[in-house]
Design a binder for this molecule. Sequence first.
Ligand code: SF4
Ligand code: MG
Length: 328
Amino acid sequence: ETPLVEVKGLQKSFTIKKGWLGSDKYLRAVDGITFAIRKGETFSLVGESGCGKSTTGRLITRLLKPNGGEVWFNGQNITALNDHQMRPLRKDMQMVFQDPYASLNPRMKVKELVAEPLIIHTKLSTKERDQLAHELLETVGLSSFHAERYAHEFSGGQRQRIGIARALSVRPSLIVADEPVSALDVSIQSQVLNLLQDLQEEYGLTYLFISHDLSVVEHISDRIGVMYLGALVETADKDTLYERPLHPYTQALLSSVPVPDPSQKRERIILKGDLPSPVDPPSGCRFHTRCPSCMDICRQNVPVFREVEPGHQVACHLYDEEMMRNAR
Ligand code: SF4
Ligand code: MG
């Protein structure tokens, strides 16, 4: 089956203006990444802040235009579409953001917030939109009673439910959720994650879930991609990634995820050094300045992102063919 989203060698750089004597520099926020999201699955992008995961979400939903590579949506190359051509597709891809405070207009009633995308994308009357807003509020675990109120009267978790109802209103096939629970208390986090999972089943939604935290995405994900400094370093299905992470960066991230059974505890890997600047990423493997397994070749040669077992891709010289052969 055609994946819902295909990202091929996607690139985005931002220009950083220097003073009148300096020359401009380029921040490569997303540096040639390739992955696909299957229909009905949750694909999570994970990595430290600044690794390019939010930019990737915005490139897919075309809030940003890429500098290189391609985005395919439902079998159609949408990379070169102009705003007018994108219009009918916009409804099909909605975003949920981290901070519901910032993304909801304080002067609008909740029912108006939820129904607002319907004004842009449908010809429904005010009455029909109201009706739908009430239904959507119940779908996300709020009630009609909340419809006439304002967002500031709600808790963080309730506001995120409003944000989700709003995204859902136009019946998208893809929801890009960028750190949707990061601002919430842990107990509220699991409620919102459960809601997202229920809605996925009910509406056949596909999710791109963006998070800096591997413990948050464990239950919701089908597959996971790990990003470091603008590059994808490993992708695998969820179980494989948690049980057999191959990339030293993934292994370090996982070592800090709490496990319920203390006998299964992973040894904590503390990464040395700071996260390098994406304006001036390290040569060769961009993780080499912090990698506990760094070899000579890593400082010079960029490791190729490739499949090492079915469905499991990694960019690391430890899994180069010669290395694998010698290990056998
Ligand atoms: Fe570490 Fe080398 Fe693998 Fe990069 S390529 S993650 S430096 S072992
Ligand atoms: Mg982000």
